[in-house]
Design a protein around this ligand. Sequence first.
Ligand code: AR6
Length: 177
Amino acid sequence: MHRYIFGDVTLELIEGDITRQPDMEAIANAANAQLYAGGGVDGAIHRAAGPGLEKEAHPLGPLKPGEAVITGGHNLPNKYVIHCLGPVYNRDIPHDTFLANCYKNALHLCEEKNIKSIAFPAISTGVFGYPPEEAAPVTLKAVIDAMPSLKSLQTIRVVLFGSRMHEIFREALKKLI
Ligand code: AR6
């Protein structure tokens, strides 16, 4: 299952690179608390956006696990970046609540800004050590639960880095719906 539709809102799962989603108005970042350019998907986003992104983002920190803030997209093809601090697995407890809060808070910011589309990476599943098999159902449930109350968002895309991650999320979606 690559897609789930509820009313006017579509959830898509694709394999790809979050910095190459020009049709999305916003992308989400798996940030660090200080909102400095880091590694992983964060590094890729900051490299593509240019130094202006860190200049704008850093003063908005520090973030607590589950929190999200919004900046412009700078040199990215997207108008906005929503920076989320995911939980460190087994350190920021309860990690499932904090992970779900990232997606809920990011979607809430989209609604406030009247954003129509957002792409997310699989937050916390890299350096922060959240096993993808556990992160996938938490992530997808948080998004699916929010879908009925969304008014401006029409497309939510989860961009999975590599075929294994894509497969894990596809299987999790199949079980949830
Ligand atoms: N597009 C989409 N997904 C990607 C990309 C990409 N270009 N590159 C990596 N991923 P991580 P975290 C996937 O470690 O676990 C940073 O240093 C990757 O395969 O980027 O939340 C920050 O500054 C993995 O599935 O984020 C923080 O300090 C997922 O993105 C810390 O890492 C998340 O992996 C955040 O750790």
